[in-house]
Write a protein that binds this ligand. Structure first.
Ligand code: ADP
Ligand code: MG
Length: 383
């Protein structure tokens, strides 16, 4: 059940009395194509989705931030003058964002508010980035700071890296900050330049959670990063982004077989992501779907970050006639797949795919039909 903005205002009234001065909304995300390309200075193509964190708030006269989490049914509070890391759970995301904004020289003001969301936690839709960007958006509106999505995304990433201690790239925060309704966002992870790309009409993006998680993701991830770095060194470039397929084909025979395949995935995936943008601009949904299918094969066979559950999900999704294309999304080894489907058949697709996946694997999936929405925004003010 999607969270409606008036619910967050009702929660505010119940907790603090009166009306909030502002309501901010900040979305989760899914990456359509461009996987394991971000740390190779490459391209990604995510969309902000209609699952989000909502905050209703009003300023305080002092330098305290007091927020009630509806989902945890728990208060959280801190002073902007004495930020210390604790094992505080969800409030650490707000503290870390406050820390990062103040470190960057932004003068902040205290506020009180409520926080509620419907981005599933730890499902690969990046509820943490949504929370960081909701917090940044809230501080920006309270303190009257200009909203610069790229700068704010970097500060959110810094909070996640240094306060929370999660080594993520820039994609999650940037799409949550800069998404645009009915568009995907091409991000150049080197320059951080972005380009909105319109979705062709009549398609829906479906996130298919395999309900499987694998513990070894971090060590596998670090190993892939190291392999990419050594491949870049071999080609004498700063990142695999700079290696064309021609250069790869001319020189790769001197690389060991595994590193060859890792590099080949990144090089072809960057190319597919740029081709996907062209296909979307042409309205060529079929071509976009084929690129997603190829991305999955490359992640499965060359990059070797898929799993049996992900492969099963992609297979059953692709077998449905409403499906244009499907692939694993996110770091891999479990988590979610993403499919592009004919929107009118969404209901049948969801039912058939969930049933077929369950039958095949014994796991009960979670399925989310998504719409591309705006990034972090102030959706309502009292004046
Ligand atoms: P994800 O893949 O969804 O980003 P993370 O583990 O990175 O998963 O972040 C999840 C954490 O973010 C939660 O444990 C919680 O601390 C915080 N969080 C996410 N959504 C909410 C919410 N609606 N209310 C409070 N905290 C939230
Ligand atoms: Mg996260």
């Amino acid at each position: 059940m999607a969270v409606e903005k008036h619910h967050v205002a009702e929660h505010f009234a119940a907790r603090f009395g009166g009306s909030p001065k502002w309501i901010v909304r900040s979305p989760g995300r899914v990456n359509l194509i461009g996987e394991h390309t971000d740390y190779n200075d490459g391209f990604v193509l995510p969309l902000a989705i209609d699952r989000a964190i909502w905050m209703a708030l009003r300023p305080r006269d002092d330098r305290r931030v007091s927020v009630y989490s509806i989902d945890y049914d728990q208060p959280g509070e801190f002073s902007l003058d004495s930020l210390t890391k604790e094992d505080g759970g969800w409030i650490e995301y707000l503290k870390g964002t406050a820390w990062s904004l103040q470190e960057a020289g932004h003068p902040l003001h205290g506020f009180e508010g409520v926080l509620v969301g419907d981005v599933p936690l730890g499902a690969g839709l990046s509820s943490s980035a949504a929370l960081e960007m909701a917090t940044a958006r809230a501080f920006a509106v309270v303190a009257g700071l200009p909203w610069d999505p790229i700068a704010m995304a970097k500060l959110g990433q810094r909070a996640e890296n240094q306060w929370i201690g999660v080594n993520c790239g820039i994609m999650d925060q940037l799409i949550s900050a800069a998404g645009q309704a009915d568009h995907a966002l091409l991000i150049d992870c080197r320059s951080l330049q972005t380009e909105t790309v319109p979705f062709p009409p009549g398609v829906a993006v479906v996130v298919l959670d395999t309900s499987t998680r694998r513990g070894l993701v971090d060590s596998e991830y670090n190993q892939r990063r190291a392999q990419c770095e050594s491949a870049a060194e071999f080609f004498k470039v700063s990142a695999l982004r700079d290696v064309s397929l021609e250069l790869f084909q001319a020189l790769a025979h001197d690389l060991d077989e595994i590193t060859q395949r890792r590099a080949l995935h990144v090089i072809t995936e960057n190319d597919r992501t740029l081709q996907a943008v062209e296909a979307m601009r042409r309205g060529d949904v079929a071509a976009l779907g084929v690129l997603m299918d190829k991305s999955h094969v490359s992640l499965r066979d060359d990059y070797e970050v898929s799993s049996d559950a992900l492969n099963a999900m992609v297979e059953v999704a692709a077998a449905h006639e409403a499906c244009y294309g499907a692939r694993m999304t996110g770091a891999g080894f479990g988590g979610c797949a993403v499919a592009l489907i004919h929107a009118e058949d969404a209901e049948d697709f969801v039912q058939a795919t969930a049933a077929a996946y369950q039958e095949k694997t014994g796991h009960t999936p979670a399925v989310y039909v998504c719409r591309a929405t705006n990034g972090a925004e102030v959706v309502e003010t009292s004046d």
